[in-house]
Design a binder for this molecule. Structure first.
Ligand SMILES: [Fe+2]
Length: 282
């Protein structure tokens, strides 16, 4: 297949969890849910991080977007902000607690709310209400689990203020970023609101390994977009890489069997890719 013309929309890479690094055509960088490195003694979460990846490997973070404030979405927030003087985009309900426990200058916080449209340097962000995968336990239990940790409340609040987004580049490429449950996203992203590509957390927690490909493919068929990039399956990549690979091949098989053009991209963590619009010879 020969390419007649190719135009790059942006560069991006999956790093870990819901942490993506985006590099726009104007050079502006956006980092989502910074969690890529932990120290010895940080327990289970450390194991899931890409081996050897540290703050030195992050190339830029003019903006940081937080889907929610659990530890596996904010673990490296403070060091990123300190190095890159990032503007932190997060639901307004998170702002006060995040400022209390991270050393972020007040004017570097950029509170946003649900179902809003925000204009940044080189991209437009549409924000959408989102819900976390079900977690048992109330606030008291959440605080007890992280007793003694100054970030305990921010962590416990992680199950509440979740936020999805659709990013539109200056040239009009639309990228949806969806964590947790669907929470109406399929309905929101129809017609002229449809994104070109969806970056999506799996349908349930990593502990649920029944019907993963079938349920995820059913959601993708209903969304009916061209490309899906799965994220936050680092637990499977670490502990059961064959299961992770099979999820993708099974999803693509299901899409093909159902006559859908959408395909799932198995992004390798840490590796840079370009998202392009191309005309190829048929
Ligand atoms: Fe979470």
């Amino acid at each position: 297949m020969s390419c007649l013309v190719n135009s790059t929309a942006l560069k991006f890479r999956w790093i870990n969890g819901q942490c993506f690094e985006f590099k726009l055509n104007n050079g502006v960088t956006l980092l989502t849910d910074p969690w890529f490195h932990m120290e010895e003694g940080d327990g289970m979460l450390k194991e899931m991080c890409p081996p050897g990846f540290t703050l030195d490997d992050i190339e830029g973070a003019d903006y940081v977007f937080l889907n929610h404030t659990h530890g596996d979405h904010t673990a490296n927030l403070e060091e990123v902000v300190e190095k890159f003087h990032s503007t932190v985009i997060t639901h307004s309900g998170n702002v006060l607690e995040l400022m209390k426990v991270n050393n972020i200058p007040v004017t570097d916080m950029y509170p946003v709310d649900y179902e809003g449209t925000y204009y940044f340097d080189g991209f437009i962000l549409e924000t959408h209400h989102a819900t976390h995968h079900r977690q048992p336990g109330n606030l008291e239990k959440g605080l007890a689990r992280h007793a003694g940790d100054p970030k305990a409340l921010a962590n416990a609040m992680g199950g509440t203020f979740n936020m999805n987004f659709v990013l539109t580049t200056a040239q009009g490429m639309r990228i949806a970023f969806i964590g947790g449950n669907d929470d109406g996203m399929i309905e929101r992203l129809q017609g002229t609101n449809k994104p070109n590509i969806i970056i999506r957390n799996k349908m349930a927690s990593s502990k649920v390994k029944e019907g993963v490909a079938e349920n995820f493919a059913a959601w993708f068929m209903a969304a009916d977009t061209q490309i899906l990039v799965p994220m936050h399956y680092e637990t499977w990549l670490t502990k059961d890489p064959e299961f992770a690979a099979k999820m993708i091949t099974d999803m693509n098989r299901i899409m093909e069997e159902n006559g859908k053009v959408g395909r799932v991209a198995p992004m390798v963590r840490g590796k840079w890719y370009t998202l392009d619009l191309a005309i190829n010879e048929a």
